[in-house]
Design a protein around this ligand. Structure first.
Ligand SMILES: [Zn+2]
Length: 167
């Protein structure tokens, strides 16, 4: 039995701090599954998260993610996205979806069961909130552990990060 057997395969729903939910569908979890660091030689992996804001509520659905690409740099305990190549996908999806599928944040893996963000992660996330282009006030940051997937919501105005609970 591998540790991944514990990872959720059905959709995951998180509760946002001020109401509303974030839905991670099964198909997204399936595409992340091969990158779970469940053996000693698997490097960290990651990409960006894209999706939709649902009209007239605070709900969000993750529709697309990018997977590791050429030009990313990854080690057992680090992962750096190649900004250009992931941005190309974001631009493409934005147009292909008739301007509904937007940049929502990022994901990466950790070689630990219940992941917690490192100091570097938190700095990266705060830099993303300052520098990245996005329409809303918030970005989402997912860390995929070997037993749990956790999600944080970053608030640009407050410069804060909140761990979201699953429902
Ligand atoms: Zn990390």
């Amino acid at each position: 039995m591998s540790v991944t057997d514990n990872l959720p395969t059905n959709q995951i729903v998180y509760l946002r701090p001020k109401g509303g939910r974030v839905l991670i569908p099964e198909v997204i979890l399936a595409s992340i599954a091969p990158y779970v660091q469940n053996s000693w030689n698997k490097p960290e992996a990651g990409g960006v998260i894209m999706g939709r804001y649902i009209k007239d509520c605070e709900d969000i659905v993750v529709d697309k993610i990018t997977l590791p690409m050429l030009g990313d740099k990854s080690g057992r305990f680090s992962f750096f996205r190649n900004k250009k190549s992931h941005q190309k996908v974001i631009d493409h999806e934005w147009e292909a979806s008739n301007y509904t599928c937007t940049y929502l944040g990022g994901w990466h893996t950790h070689p630990e069961p219940v992941p917690t963000p490192s100091f570097v992660d938190k700095n990266d996330w705060k830099r993303n909130m300052k520098q990245d282009f996005f329409d809303s006030n918030c970005l989402f940051f997912m860390i995929v552990g070997t037993a749990e997937i956790r999600l944080w919501e970053g608030n640009k105005h407050k410069n804060s990060l909140t761990a979201l609970n699953r429902i």
